[in-house]
Design a protein around this ligand. Structure first.
Ligand code: GUN
Length: 291
């Protein structure tokens, strides 16, 4: 079997077009939704993501507020900025780009963001709401994008065995909660899991979020499985470099029914859901019916 390719770029574009139309109606209330993005330091990959977020925010008709702080900023100054953004009525969403420098306590920073503006869904209140099935949650963007891509191939995921590779707070853990909500049987596997390849072979759905280039080999994939690759790894190829996922794509596509490419799979969905969450937060803060 040769897998069909799940075109995250096109699906994200469609989602952004819908959001843009909803933003246009929101603006009839007299203001535009606003997203503040905070970047600490000058990590090149983070700077690229932050620029892409700002551009797409503006393209959707929203306001983008960008805050760049030096890598050696002290934690108190960062917390003060977040306090100002929490209090600013023009700001509906706040995103602090991760990773943060090691002298900053990321848990303390993420817990300072107002949960109603937490468009990353990383605040413990939102993580708890997701885990308990409370619809008031703002939910993490990358896992939302993964579920959307899966449902573009198979509308009903009920009963599917989903193996999530990776247990991060950003992807693995929230994604497992969302797949449970879709009535999947969920296994979370990680760097200490025994017989990880064997577990993977039992999966109807494999989602790789390990950060290890091409870790998932073709013979880990059950014929006909759906494969979502969250990884974005820069690897050297001779004197150049290339982006590769956590899945050995050419091998896996020979066995999967459908697979996401890297780039052009999950990546564009993350930003589309950031815009979705910002509009949702703005609607709630303005007392509009929930979307
Ligand atoms: N770094 C990598 N992924 C993410 C994300 O989804 N949100 C934030 N804030 N930082 C990230």
């Amino acid at each position: 079997m040769t897998a069909s390719i799940i075109d995250g770029k096109a699906i994200a574009q469609e989602l952004r077009a819908r959001i843009k139309a909803e933003v246009a109606s929101f603006r009839a209330t007299g203001r535009a939704p606003g997203l503040a993005v905070v970047l600490v330091g000058s990590d090149p990959a983070s700077a690229v993501y932050v620029r892409a977020k700002a551009r797409q925010t503006v393209e959707a008709g929203m306001l983008s507020f960008e805050h760049s702080l030096p890598a050696d900023v002290d934690q108190e100054a960062l917390l003060r900025l977040i306090g100002l953004l929490n209090a600013d009525p023009a700001v509906d969403g706040i995103l602090v780009q991760l990773p943060l420098p090691s002298h900053i306590d990321a848990t303390a920073v993420l817990s300072t963001v107002d949960p109603t503006k937490d468009v990353d869904g990383f605040h413990p209140v939102n993580a708890g709401r997701l885990a308990t099935g409370d619809p008031a949650a703002l939910e993490p963007c990358t896992p939302l994008g993964c579920v959307h891509l899966l449902k573009s191939v198979e509308a009903d995921l009920s009963g599917a065995h989903s193996v999530v590779l990776g247990r991060s707070n950003i992807v693995g853990k929230p994604l497992a909660q969302m797949l449970l909500r879709e009535n999947c049987t969920v296994t979370i596997a990680h760097s200490r899991t025994r017989d990880i390849a064997q577990i993977c072979r039992t999966a109807d759905i494999v989602i790789a979020a390990t950060g290890r280039a091409a870790m998932v080999r073709g013979d880990w994939i059950k014929p006909g499985a759906l494969v979502i690759d969250v990884g974005i790894n820069r690897v050297a190829t001779g004197d150049k470099s290339a982006l590769v996922g956590d899945v050995a794509f050419e091998e896996a596509r020979e066995r999967a029914a459908a697979i996401t490419p890297v780039p052009g799979g999950v990546g564009p969905m993350t930003i589309a859901y950031l815009l979705h969450n910002t509009l949702k937060a703005a609607g709630r803060r303005s007392g509009l019916p929930s979307t």
